[in-house]
Ligand binder design. Structure first.
Ligand code: AMP
Ligand code: MG
Length: 472
């Protein structure tokens, strides 16, 4: 059967200044690594058995109805403003309305340079493509709002990085690719008309109940606050929370040097380019507020009374700390079995985290064994743990079903960094079996899967991954 993607494109009908039409650059020898049939079904895509699948998702052939384009945006990268970024190595093929009625973007990433490419080849190598595929799908299974992975292909070309590496293309699905940086690009240019058009488009697409820019700001703040609290509850570190990697939809986007923490330490940083820990695990809660302040600034030109708007928007941004703290408490209280937390429960959570930090306990395994009685073995200071556990059990006596609350809040499986590294090295040598196995197991992260228990193991000293790298 022929691949059929029911495209219904709207971004391509926005004014020309929003993007550049750009076809993907063909590659030498496309071959399919993975095609996400369940997601394809949700998107209303038919013809998963089309022999041209690899060609189409590597960019050598265009599916009917695609209108490939590279989107323009700007962004603060590590705090400094870059007035023009844009998709330098990605093209939006178009949009579909999925079976739930939600509009979704389908984008090729690593499909060749665009007019916005900066000193780059427009390509991606296999490593980051497989990492994004596995981690974004795992995040979805963990219940986190995220972009998805529809396909991964090898290109048959080499990509030159520190050494020649196999090239690959990821097909990414997103609620949209509108970023804080998309608002920033038009705002910083003082292009009122474009800013208004983007605002109208965004509201219609993502926040139809919103009546004005102030309400849009608050709606995005709510979603981003919930998102970051959820990341933290899973030990997830995004790694590059630049404003161009911050989606207006509230989805996690741009899995570059992202990583899940093994041993609990709030100051954990993986990204090799994050030298000052700007995007460290615990800093994420502050940085997202900073990012929302940049969105607020970008929205100001839409307001008739600038002084009043600055005051109002500032107040809205200042509510975010409390939103994050409250979402954080909900998430972490659930991790210790408390379904409706009281403010004083924060103390109980923090004390456990301190014990974990002091002894370098594995974040995921400590929480996942709380429900099964094995957590004591994860904590170095046993007597302090016992004292904590006595108070914890007292608190849980007031809870109807703590066991179940914990099982739903604490995954057994996360995409562990050392496994991802192992998966990438194997794939570079042509063996994709660990990639497929990780996808299969991580599709059910909260389930006990005894045959795959080795994937719950924390890294040994020699396996610990200390640095992660962007896809560039
Ligand atoms: P990212 O790190 O993927 O969020 O990218 C940041 C910016 O650099 C975006 O505008 C990308 O499109 C651009 N970029 C990253 N890698 C490449 C590449 N290999 N070729 C061209 N542009 C790139
Ligand atoms: Mg990016």
């Amino acid at each position: 059967m022929t691949l059929h993607i029911p495209f219904d494109n709207t971004y391509a009908r926005l004014p020309g200044g929003f993007f550049a039409f750009q076809r993907p650059t063909p590659v030498k020898a496309p071959s399919l690594i993975a095609f996400n049939e369940a997601l394809a079904k949700d998107l209303g895509i038919e013809g998963a058995d089309d022999p041209r699948l690899a060609a189409m998702f590597a960019g050598n052939a265009l599916p009917e109805g695609a209108q490939p384009l590279a989107q323009l945006y700007a962004g603060h990268q590590f705090g400094s403003f870059n007035p023009q970024l844009g998709d330098g190595r990605a093209v939006l093929l178009g949009e579909v309305v999925d079976r739930a009625g939600q509009r979704r973007d389908i984008q090729l990433k690593g499909s060749g340079p665009t007019p916005f490419a900066r000193r780059g080849d427009g390509r991606a190598w296999l490593g980051p493509v497989l990492r994004e595929y596995v981690v974004s799908e795992a995040m979805h299974a963990l219940g986190v709002p995220t972009t998805r992975a529809l396909a991964a292909t090898r290109t048959g070309d080499e990509v030159i990085r520190e050494r020649p590496l196999p090239g690959a293309v990821l097909t990414r699905v997103a609620a949209s690719h509108i970023r804080v940086g998309t608002f920033q690009v038009f705002s910083s240019r003082n292009d009122q008309a474009a800013l208004q058009t983007l605002y109208d488009y965004t509201v219609r697409r993502h926040y139809p109940h919103v009546q004005n820019p102030a309400e849009l700001l608050s709606a995005v703040i709510e979603r981003q606050a919930a998102l970051v609290a959820q990341w933290m509850s899973l030990g997830f570190i995004h790694g590059v929370m630049n404003t161009d990697n911050c989606a207006i939809s509230g989805e996690t986007i741009d899995y570059g040097p992202c990583a899940f923490m093994d041993a609990y330490d709030p100051d954990t940083v993986f990204s090799s380019i994050d030298r000052f820990g700007r995007y460290a695990y615990v800093a994420q809660a502050d940085i997202v507020v900073w990012n929302m302040a940049q969105l607020a600034t970008a929205l100001i030109p839409l307001m008739p009374d600038v002084d009043a708007a600055i005051k109002d928007f500032t107040d809205r941004v200042h509510t975010m700390g409390d939103l994050i703290r409250s979402a954080w408490l909900d998430r972490f209280a659930a991790k210790i079995g408390i379904s409706s937390p009281q403010p004083e429960d924060a103390q109980l959570v923090s004390e456990l985290l301190s014990l974990m930090q002091a002894g370098g306990s594995d974040f995921t395994n400590t929480f996942s064994t709380l429900a099964t009685g094995g957590a004591r073995d994860q904590i170095a200071d046993r007597s302090s743990f016992d004292a904590w556990a006595t108070r914890w059990q007292e608190r849980l006596s007031a809870e109807p079903d703590p066991q179940n609350v914990m099982l739903r809040a604490n995954p057994a499986f996360i995409p562990r960094n050392h496994r991802i590294e192992e998966m990438i090295s194997a794939a570079v040598d042509g063996d994709d079996s660990l990639f497929h196995r990780m996808n299969r197991v991580l599709a059910h992260p909260y389930e006990d899967q005894p045959d795959d228990a080795d994937l719950t193991r924390a890294p040994s000293k020699s396996e610990i991954v200390t640095a992660t790298f962007c896809g560039t």
